[in-house]
Write a protein that binds this ligand. Structure first.
Ligand code: ZN
Length: 502
């Protein structure tokens, strides 16, 4: 059995190596590659994706999984070997249900659809992507239908990103959340908005980058195993557990952009860097779901990075970096500016309080598209209607409406957005547990120390990688299922101090 397990690990490592090589080519494409490299790079990524898929669906893996079943059953559920076999089986069964030729069709279509979107968005022309998006919808449905037996056609697609969740379970959580959020948004936005002019002076790029790096160094981001580079749309990527990269973008007239994106991506990266090194190159060696991943980025960006305690320590440091811009701006003014709440059009620019209304709209529209109750040609109008009713603001055009997010144009329709909101909910649920175990965490944050929190996250969440599903992990860490109560409590406590009537 030991030999068979070793054979399985070797095959999995080879599949992983091909995937990581693709990730490196992707990172290069988004950071340093000259534009002349685009055409060949697309082909090279396609070749690697095809090889990686062939490796990951090698029938030899299936035979080994069958042979190892008695061994798996003889081990405790949470042993590393049993977990490796269990998680590999789940991924293998999923991957082998979809023909390689169909995956290749999806990949080719996505590359074309992405290019169409990069032209359509600046031109504010939804018609330019409509037929391409119709094909995406057909392909998304076709993919779901390789997994028959679902209750809702979105379920298999939701399952890819957030294993164990479904249209019904996500919708139940989102409905409850929306009911609680709307009165908070109303109470805050009926008052005068915070003045955030202090953030929109000129802040030189090099100093912004240096400050962000100083912050995440204190968080405990390991620069021996990671680095940060610039890109258009910030992301985290990984080539091994010893090399996890983050990217950021800087706007010289918007101080928040680089600082908060650096903290956000460092949270994703520290999760990956904290995974048990024995899981390297195996299906256990990555974050467990998109929701749990996002909970870790939001912990550092929002619960830590937008807290008053954090800035009690870091604001004087920031003033040292930018004395001219900030010497006459008080901590209170700055804190209110970075926590300004307003009804807005763009998901990625929105504040903590209104943010979740944006993914909820997209999630509902995805379900309607997949169900066939909404046609792609009617999507821009449906988008405007939902922004008007849910957020109270009507997009003046499609550029900042239905065309704003890359997800549907560079990926599938279905499963793309729920992880953001699940992540926000979970960040507060996990953080509440950290505070129960270590009530000294807020005082530590206010003195620029993050070791206790970081270690708690490593021990409770990071180290396990994908060993536990999201729901198993939530149960282990919190003793119960996913709950919105800690998140609502967090928002109310924080924003009551800033706005009356919350
Ligand atoms: Zn994220």
């Amino acid at each position: 059995m030991e030999t068979k397990l070793q054979e399985l690990k070797t095959l999995l490592m080879e599949a992983n190596d091909l995937e990581m090589a693709g990730a490196l080519l992707n990172w290069d494409q988004s950071t340093y590659m000259p534009s002349g490299g685009a055409e060949a790079r697309g082909r090279q990524l396609g070749t690697l994706a095809k090889l990686a898929h062939e490796k990951a669906t090698d029938p030899a893996i299936g035979r080994l999984l069958d042979a190892l079943r008695p061994f798996e059953e003889s081990l405790p559920f949470d042993s590393d070997d049993a977990s490796l076999i269990r998680v590999t089986r789940r991924q293998y069964e999923r991957a082998t249900k979809v023909p390689a030729a169909f995956m290749a069709r999806i990949n080719t279509h996505m590359a074309e659809s992405y290019v169409a979107w990069t032209l359509a968005r600046p031109a504010n022309d939804f018609k330019k992507v409509q037929s391409s998006l119709e094909t995406t919808l057909d392909l998304s449905r076709e993919l779901a239908n390789y997994f028959p037996g679902y209750a809702h056609i979105a379920d298999p697609l939701i399952d890819f990103a957030d294993y164990g969740m479904s249209a019904v379970s996500v919708r139940a959580v989102f409905t409850e959340l929306r009911d609680q959020l709307v009165p908070i948004v109303q109470a805050i936005t009926s008052q005068a908005p915070a003045d955030d002019a202090c953030l929109h002076q000129r802040y030189p790029e090099d100093k912004q980058l240096a400050f962000g790096l100083e912050v995440i160094k204190r968080f405990g981001f390991d620069f021996e195993r990671g680095r940060q580079d610039k890109t258009h749309h910030p992301f985290m990527t990984k080539f091994s557990l010893g090399d996890v990269r983050i990217t950021t973008r800087v706007k010289e007239n918007d101080l928040g952009e680089a600082i908060f994106s650096t903290m956000h991506e460092s949270g994703h990266a520290m999760y990956e860097l904290g995974i048990n090194r024995d899981y390297e190159g195996s299906p256990l060696g990555g974050g467990t779901s998109s929701g749990v991943h996002e909970s870790q980025s939001r912990t550092w960006e929002n619960l830590v990075g937008r807290s008053l305690g954090f800035w009690q320590f870091f604001y004087p440091r920031l003033q040292d970096y930018f004395p001219e811009q900030l010497k006459s701006v008080s901590l209170d003014t700055f804190y209110r500016a970075i926590n300004k709440v307003q009804r807005s059009l763009i998901r990625t620019d929105s504040d903590e309080v209104t943010y979740n209304l944006h993914p909820i709209i997209r999630f509902d529209l995805e379900l309607q598209l997949l169900e066939g109750s909404l046609a792609v040609r009617d999507l821009p109008e449906a988008w405007r209607a939902r922004y008007t009713s849910d957020i109270g603001i009507t997009p003046p055009d499609d550029k900042d409406g239905v065309l704003q997010d890359v997800h549907w144009f560079g990926g599938l329709i279905g499963g793309a957005f729920q992880g953001y909101t699940l992540g926000n909910i979970l960040s507060a649920q996990f953080f509440a547990e950290a505070l129960k175990a270590h009530p000294e965490i807020p005082a530590q944050i206010a003195s620029g120390e993050f070791g206790v929190l970081h270690n708690w996250l490593k021990t409770s969440i990071y180290q396990y990688g994908s060993k536990y599903t999201a729901s198993e992990l939530i149960q282990r860490v919190t003793g119960g299922p996913l709950s919105i109560a800690p998140y609502i409590n967090y928002l109310k406590t924080k924003y009551q101090a800033l706005y009356a009537g919350v």
